[in-house]
Design a protein. Structure first.
Length: 75
């Protein structure tokens, strides 16, 4: 496992996360690990899945142009 040291964090910010950790019954370190894990960037496959999900929810929206249509417009 990797380790990260972050300097110069505002004390109010640290105290806020310390209180959240206390409420949840976990350590500050675990609370911050949970925060990092929950906000991890999407993998390429996850980005595709999110994109497909969003597109499937669009009703009455014209489909995207094809690559040929885009090239034609640029010419």
């Amino acid at each position: 496992m990797a380790q990260v040291l972050i300097r110069n964090i505002d004390e109010e910010t640290v105290e806020s996360y310390r209180q959240k950790a206390r409420i949840k019954g976990v350590s500050l370190e675990q609370e911050l690990r949970n925060l990092l894990e929950a906000n991890r960037p999407f993998t390429p496959a996850e980005r595709v899945a999110v994109s497909r999900d969003l597109r499937s929810r669009q009703v009455g929206v014209a489909p995207s142009m094809t690559l040929d249509e885009i090239r034609e417009g640029l010419a």
